[in-house]
Write a protein that binds this ligand. Sequence first.
Ligand code: 5AD
Ligand code: FES
Length: 352
Amino acid sequence: MPKQHTEICNELIGRLSEKHFLSYDEYLFLIKNRELCRNYIYTKAESQRNEIYGNKVYIRGLIEFTNYCKNNCLYCGIRQGNSNASRYRLSKKEIIDCADYGYKLGFRTFVLQGGEDPFYTDEILCVIVSEIKRRHPDCAVTLSVGERSFESYKILKNAGADRYLLRHETANELHYKKIHPREMNFKNRLNCLEELKSLGYQVGAGFMVGSPYQTEDDLAYELIFLKNLNPHMVGIGPFIPHNDTPFADMPAGTAELTLFVLALIRLTLPNVLLPATTALGTIDPFGREKAVRAGANVVMPNLSPTSVRKKYMLYNNKICTGDEAAQCIECLKKRIESAGCEIVVSSGDYRK
Ligand code: 5AD
Ligand code: FES
């Protein structure tokens, strides 16, 4: 029986590599039988990445500028309800200094990420975005600041923001309700993604693998959902529990499943920008290298001042919180090279 199943898996992976989509049942079959075809799918995903992007891996400088958040996502360490979190906000100058320092290190994309913090009004964010663009016109600015109004997205786009990351967290509305508080709304989140797209942002969606209550069926559906959404970027990493959240005792997602889903995404959306995430590097010491071997082509090292690193703790044991950005770059260069790729100085735009 397993032999037959292996043949079916290989046939499905072959077709996925050519046509870039499968049916829901076919994705589910692959996910359930992943032990039989893991190495084959990694090889296929890697050569798909090479075909579009070569062996180039793009770096994005992540500036975690606030850990205040008005939301209460059940999985997240910086949720409002976590009174153990020690809160910080970076000033305009601190943020711009981070970008200047990152530029010297070879970064050509800056990702401004934070909790949903009303302190950062459109006005303040616009000043920051336009100043970074003024100083570094050859760089892309990515925002990752959650759900905002259409107007706000529009103003920020006009101020110079190029890209926006907003993970949808799950494509299943019932599942969404299980991992978010009542006030948060799945439809609103999807609407935000549509609005961002319509404004001309390069858009990143994404979700956690192995988040509480997620099933293999949910994962199969994620692929159908992503195919339809067709985002420029997809950020996925394993769920990792955080001690001070309601999900403290939930099991973490696994590296093996995350890697398999990464490869499925690369083959489904051949041109997508696909990060090897810090969460994956946290649950597996070689997680990011393995991700590159499974089709990933982006890494997002931290540029935030070391003094605040440990405070942006979304989950337990997050790596690289004690290291200077320069150290991370050196470390990542070696890691990426060991996976047969090289880091490049480039804004790393989506390739059509
Ligand atoms: N484990 C892994 N990823 C997490 N995120 C938030 N909390 C966790 C956690 N406990 C992810 C979410 C969010 C992104 C910034 O980090 O998917 O969108
Ligand atoms: Fe930060 Fe290795 S990437 S220390």
